[in-house]
Design a protein around this ligand. Sequence first.
Ligand code: SF4
Ligand code: SF4
Length: 136
Amino acid sequence: MIKKRYILNFPPQSGDKPLSYHLVKDYDIRINILKAEVFPGKRGSLLLELHGKKENIEKGVEYLIAHHITCEPLDKRIRFQEEKCIDCGNCTAVCFAGALTMDPKTRELNFDKNKCVVCELCITACPLKLFEIDFR
Ligand code: SF4
Ligand code: SF4
């Protein structure tokens, strides 16, 4: 048995119920939803921890991808060129994990690496391209 974390992004027509049902029933995977942002009629994002046999998790991930759900393993991290930031706040609007926030007093950007789930949404949100993927 292993544990792996994934970020899932799914299209508006998807729902998390059938998804969870198939992972549990067909692949004997235990699911722990660590973070969820699902809005009816819009794109949704989930941070999941999957617990099960390695081969079952791989099959479960294949199932998700076959159903047009992007499934990113959390084995990467975000690199941020903090010194070039102009504190415009654009990136905070897409950071559903709450890793990027504006300090209400100083109006400066705060980046909490421990909350980052490497969804990569800030990469395109930053007009100065200050975020990039750091492959370990
Ligand atoms: S990758 Fe960027 S947007 Fe996604 S959680 Fe990390 S800091 Fe936030
Ligand atoms: S979008 Fe880029 S420049 Fe703006 S606050 Fe975020 S990191 Fe700084």
